[in-house]
Design a binder for this molecule. Structure first.
Ligand SMILES: Cc1ncc(COP(=O)(O)O)c(C=O)c1O
Length: 454
C-alpha cells in the first residue's frame, strides 16, 4: 500500500533537516574550503553544476569504486564525474596509458597514431564513417550542430524540451524551463537557460516534447523548410531517465529523412555506457551524426562527433571544426585504453549484472515500503525517480517528489554513498564496483524506506 503523499513528505522533510545537520558535522573542512573558494571562484566551484546545498563536498581522491573527501570520509561513488567514470577511478590500464603519453609528450597539436586507432574503434562501435575529436560534450554538440546546418542548408535547430546538450548558445534553450514559462505542451516556447544569449538567437532554435511523434510531425510539416537539424538524447538523461517509447526513435528517424533534417543523437551520456555502441546500438536506429564525450575518455577530457561520410566531408568544404587540444595525446591514450582494454565485452556483462542487482533491488525495497518511485536499469546507468510511474516527457518532471529525493540524498551521503546532488541526474556504476558496493547501497535505501514507511 502506498504511504499517503502528505504524510510521507512530512517525514522526508523532517529527515532532511536532521541529516543536513549530520552532514555539516561530518564535513567541516569542505565548509572551510568553500568559504575560501567563494572568494576566488563563483559559487566556489569550477563549473556551476558543481555547486551544492548547503555547500559542495570537496574531494581529495578516488580509487576504484570509491572517492574520499577532504574530511576523510570515504564513499561508494555513483556520481562518477557526472557519468564520466565507467572505468572507475585510477584504473590501472587508463593510468598506464596516461603515464605513457606523459612520458612521450603531452601535447603536439598534431594527429597521433592513437587518435587514428581511437577513431577506428568509435566507427566500429557506432556504425559511422568518420570521426572528429573535440575536448568536451559541449564542443561535440556545438560542432555537430554547425555541421548539420551546413549539410542541410537550413538554419533552424530542433531540440527536445528539458534536454541539456552543453553550454553553447544554440542549445541553451528550454533546458529546465519553469513549468509556467514553457508555453503549450505540444508547442513549447524557446526559453533561454542563461542570461547573455542574444534575444534574436532564439529564432534559430525550436523546441518539441519528447516521445510525441505528432508534435514533431506537425512542426516539421509547418517549418520543415527552415529546420536543418534535430538534436536529441535518444534516452533523456537530464531529468533522471526517460526511455523512448517503442517505435518513437524509428519514427523520428523517418520524419527527419522525409523533411531533409540531419538527425543528431547526443550520446554524451548514453554512448559506450548503455551498450558498447550506445543507444544507437541499443535501439538499432542510426542517426546522421552522433556526439560523444564523458565515459569514452576514462576520466580524461575528451569529446568526439561523427557520422555519415557525406556529412562529415563537409568539414573539407568550408565547415569549421577546430581545436588546439583536439586529439591531445593524454586524452587519446586514456580513451583508447578505456575503449579497447577496459570496456570489453566481459566488462559490459559485469556492468549489466551489477546494474540489475541495484535497480531491481531498489525497486523491490521501494515497493515493499510503499514509497512511490520507479527505477530504471540500463546496465551501468540507472536511476530512482520518486514518482509512481515512469516519466514520458519533460513536463512530467514537475511531479517528481523533491522532498523524497532531498531526504534520500542527505540520508545516503551520511552513509557513504556519493551521488549527484540533483534529482535530474542518474547513477553510474563502474567496472570497479563490487557486489558488496551494490549491497551496501541497497541496505542504505532499505533503512531510508523503513523510515518513510513509518
Ligand atoms: C547529454 C549531454 N550533452 C552534452 C553535455 C555537455 O558535455 P560537457 O559537460 O562535457 O561539455 C552533457 C553534460 O552533462 C550532457 O549530459
Amino acid at each position: 500500500m502506498p504511504v499517503p503523499t502528505r504524510e510521507i513528505d512530512r517525514r522526508a522533510d523532517e529527515l532532511t533537516d536532521k541529516e543536513r545537520r549530520r552532514f555539516e558535522e561530518r564535513t567541516p573542512k569542505s565548509l572551510a574550503l568553500y568559504e575560501r573558494a567563494e572568494r576566488s571562484m563563483p559559487f566556489g566551484v569550477t563549473s556551476s553544476f558543481q555547486a551544492g546545498d548547503p555547500y559542495p563536498i570537496y574531494l581529495a581522491g578516488g580509487r576504484g569504486s570509491r572517492v574520499t573527501d577532504i574530511d576523510g570520509n570515504s564513499y561508494v561513488d555513483y556520481h562518477n564525474g557526472f557519468g564520466s567514470m565507467v572505468a572507475g577511478h585510477s584504473h590501472p590500464k587508463v593510468r598506464a596509458a596516461i603515464e605513457k603519453a606523459a612520458a612521450t609528450g603531452t601535447h603536439f597539436a598534431t594527429t597521433t597514431e592513437a587518435a587514428v586507432l581511437l577513431a577506428e574503434e568509435i566507427k566500429r562501435r557506432f556504425g559511422i564513417d568518420k570521426v572528429r575529436f573535440t575536448n568536451s560534450g559541449t564542443e561535440s554538440t556545438m560542432d555537430a550542430v554547425r555541421l548539420a546546418r551546413a549539410a542541410a542548408g537550413k538554419d533552424v535547430l530542433l531540440k527536445i524540451e528539458g534536454s541539456y546538450h552543453g553550454h553553447h548558445d544554440a542549445v541553451m534553450y528550454s533546458v529546465i524551463p519553469s513549468m509556467d514559462s514553457g508555453g503549450p505542451k505540444e508547442r513549447p516556447w524557446t526559453v533561454p537557460f542563461s542570461r547573455g544569449i542574444p534575444v534574436e538567437a532564439a529564432s534559430h532554435t525550436q523546441v518539441v516534447p519528447f516521445n510525441d511523434v505528432n508534435a514533431l510531425e506537425q512542426t516539421l510539416v509547418e517549418h520543415g523548410e527552415r529546420i536543418g537539424a534535430m538534436i536529441m538524447e535518444p534516452i533523456m538523461m537530464n531529468i533522471g531517465i526517460v526511455m523512448p517509447q517503442p517505435g518513437y526513435l524509428a519514427k523520428v528517424r523517418e520524419l527527419c529523412t522525409k523533411h531533409d533534417v540531419v538527425l543528431i543523437f547526443d550520446e554524451v551520456k548514453t554512448g559506450v555506457t548503455v551498450a558498447p555502441g550506445g543507444a544507437t546500438e541499443l535501439f538499432g536506429v542510426q542517426p546522421d551524426l552522433v556526439c560523444l564525450a564523458k565515459s569514452i575518455g576514462g576520466g580524461a577530457p575528451i569529446g568526439a562527433f561523427g557520422g555519415r561520410a557525406d556529412i562529415m566531408d563537409e568539414i573539407e568544404h568550408g565547415v569549421a571544426a577546430l581545436g588546439t587540444f583536439n586529439g591531445n595525446p593524454l586524452s587519446m591514450g586514456a580513451a583508447l585504453a578505456t575503449l579497447t582494454e577496459v570496456l570489453t565485452p566481459d566488462a559490459y556483462e559485469y556492468l549489466a549484472q551489477l546494474g540489475t542487482r541495484l535497480a531491481s533491488g531498489c525497486q523491490k525495497i521501494l515497493d515493499g515500503a510503499g514509497v512511490p518511485a520507479v527505477t530504471t536499469d540500463l546496465g551501468c546507468k540507472g536511476s530512482i525517480t520518486f514518482r509512481d510511474r515512469p516519466l514520458e516527457r519533460y513536463r512530467d518532471f514537475a511531479e517528481v517528489d523533491d522532498s523524497l529525493f532531498d531526504a534520500y540524498w542527505f540520508w545516503s551521503i551520511n552513509r557513504d554513498i556519493y551521488q549527484t546532488p540533483g534529482k535530474e541526474e542518474q547513477w553510474t556504476i563502474s567496472v570497479q564496483h563490487s557486489e558488496a558496493d551494490i549491497d551496501h547501497s541497497l541496505d542504505v535505501l532499505a533503512g531510508y524506506c523503513d523510515l518513510m514507511a513509518g
